[in-house]
Design a protein around this ligand. Structure first.
Ligand SMILES: [Ca+2]
Length: 551
């Protein structure tokens, strides 16, 4: 009798677990690469066709005032994974570090997997994780389904990463789409390259799928070749229309006064990959490719929603869409990323919750949110405890149509101050005002290094991209000195409501001294919070410790 009770009790609890598992929503998280806020039709771009992403916004919530925390791939993506500011996680291209196992344990994919989610990662990874970073194999082992390449993918990913060789398609969005189908649909074509622990996705578990593009990033759009085998979208679309130059576009030859002092932002040292923005012709060609890439990404979003519907799981699947940061395309004569201007830090976040009430549909929220909020929000939605290490905010109430703000200030930073010319900078902003502070640029000069490498017949890329142990100390100095009293050498104050393009620096305007003082006080509080306490949980990851490691 006692045993019968036991069996009934076990059966009941198993049933309860199964029922509970089905109550938890699936989550698909789509991340694009170097996509500025205005590259979607629903965010005001009148040329680009993104009907499926627009539909996500129309049926869900579009956050119009969302910002990243660091405007460059690696730190931004790690911030998203860990829900932390860079100043806390301590990993960038120039940091000489990788994410430790201990820190990785608290990333959203690891926490969700541990809580019973079936997890997948498709596309690009630009986060060095574990001892040896990209060579550690830790990320590949961390997911139930892995179909991705470390670093850049190029527009034709088979050229870069063997894992994609079994795909039928050759172009990036379509190759990623095959992975999405393979992950979701047990009847889809099985991809030989994909690393998976189970042949098929278990139907009784919720899933968490991260889809990561390397588009419209210049590393991929620069490799588009308009091959006869490419879809017509990537050969002819947007080529017969007038492409206007961006507002405030200044060609290199027309720059009279640089936006920032020439010894602060050393434009001549910029990575050559952004030089297309120097001329209207270069801009136009790259912009057309970006628009094509966005429509390709949009088509995948449409296919994804159709697939979810066909599999009858659309009602249980939340979709989140955002970008790792934006990009200057010649506005104010600037090219590239990393700086704390809106063009680089402002991104769209779109969340579609199919179970949301009518009042939460088609909302545009101007709440101050950041991409570090996505990880804790996904955990909250899944009913999983948020690790104390996460600094982002749970914004699930805003997704349900709530109006209560989650923060008063957004904090953004650039610690990628290297021989490529960018200064260290930090910014705080509220819904109306933004204050940016810049520090003395004490880095080496890429121009000089290239010249020396050529003269001495040293491979230029080794000179430019190797990271050595002393760089760890230099990066550490960048991260800590602002908090230890280092003074800015240049400051800016913008009224974002009246001057969204940040053209008029009001820092010396006495009329705004009260607001400036308020923002300076906020800067101190926000940077202190962002830094947190204790040392970043990282491993040494330089070319001295790992001679072949990429950064
Ligand atoms: Ca990026």
């Amino acid at each position: 009798m006692k045993n019968t009770f036991k069996i009934i009790a076990v059966c009941c609890s198993l049933f309860f677990i199964a029922a509970k598992a089905q109550e938890r929503p699936n989550i698909v998280f789509v991340l694009t690469d170097d996509q500025s806020y205005n590259l979607l039709h629903c965010t005001g771009n009148e040329i680009v066709e993104t009907p499926n992403i627009d539909k996500l916004a129309k049926e869900g919530v579009l956050f119009t005032n969302a910002h990243v925390s660091s405007a460059i791939c690696t730190p931004s993506r790690i911030s998203i994974l860990l829900g932390q500011y860079e100043r806390k996680h301590g990993v960038n291209f120039n940091s000489g570090t990788s994410v430790s196992d201990k820190a990785w344990e608290k990333s959203y994919p690891m926490v969700m997997r541990k809580a019973g989610y079936h997890t997948g990662w498709i596309g690009k990874n630009h986060a060095p994780v574990g001892q040896g970073g990209y060579e550690s194999g830790l990320m590949e082992k961390s997911f139930d389904y892995w179909y991705a390449g470390h670093g850049h993918l190029g527009f034709y990913p088979k050229n870069r990463h063997k894992i994609f060789n079994d795909a039928i398609a050759f172009t990036q969005p379509e190759i990623i789409n095959e992975g999405v189908d393979d992950f979701l649909d047990p009847n889809a074509r099985k991809l030989k390259g994909a690393i998976k622990f189970l042949e098929d996705r278990p139907a009784n578990k919720p899933f968490m799928l991260s889809i990561n593009f390397n588009l419209p990033h210049s590393a991929s759009t620069s490799t588009m070749k308009m091959k006869p085998t490419d879809d017509a979208l990537y050969r002819t679309k947007y080529r017969d229309i007038d492409i206007p130059l961006p507002d405030n576009y200044i060609a290199k030859k027309d720059i009279k006064t640089p936006k920032l002092p020439a010894d602060l932002l050393r434009a001549e040292d910029r990575q050559a990959g952004y030089n297309y923005s120097d001329t209207p012709e270069g801009f136009k060609e790259r912009y057309i490719r970006q628009l094509e890439a966005m429509t390709g990404i949009d088509r995948l979003v449409g296919n994804l929603r159709k697939k979810l519907k066909d599999l009858k799981i659309d009602k249980e699947t939340i979709i989140i869409f955002t970008s790792d940061h934006g990009l200057f395309m010649g506005e104010q004569g600037l090219g590239g990323k990393a700086l704390c201007y809106e063009k680089t830090t402002h991104v769209p976040i779109i969340v579609l919750d199919p179970k949301a009430k009518r009042k939460a549909r088609g909302i545009q929220s101007d709440a101050l949110v950041q991409t570090i909020d996505i990880a804790p929000t996904m955990l909250a939605i899944a009913g999983i405890e948020i690790p104390k290490e996460m600094q982002g905010k749970d914004i699930s109430s805003l997704i349900k149509g709530g109006k209560k703000d989650v923060r008063d200030f957004v904090y953004t930073e650039n610690l990628w101050s290297t021989h490529f010319g960018n200064p260290k900078c930090e910014a705080v902003q509220d819904k109306e005002w933004k204050y940016i502070r810049y520090y003395k640029n004490t880095t080496r000069s890429a121009t000089q290094e290239i010249k020396t490498a050529k003269a001495m017949r040293i491979p230029v890329n080794k000179m430019l991209y190797a990271v050595h142990d002393p760089d760890i100390a230099y990066y550490k100095h960048l991260a800590e000195s602002s908090l230890q009293g280092e003074q800015p050498v240049y400051e800016e104050l913008y009224n974002l409501k009246e001057d969204p393009n940040e053209l008029h620096n009001l820092i010396n305007n006495k009329e705004h001294s009260a607001i400036l003082n308020k923002l300076k006080a906020a800067w101190k509080i926000e940077i202190t919070k962002a830094r947190g306490t204790g040392n970043p949980s990282v491993y040494r990851y330089t070319n001295d410790s790992h001679p072949n490691g990429g950064h």
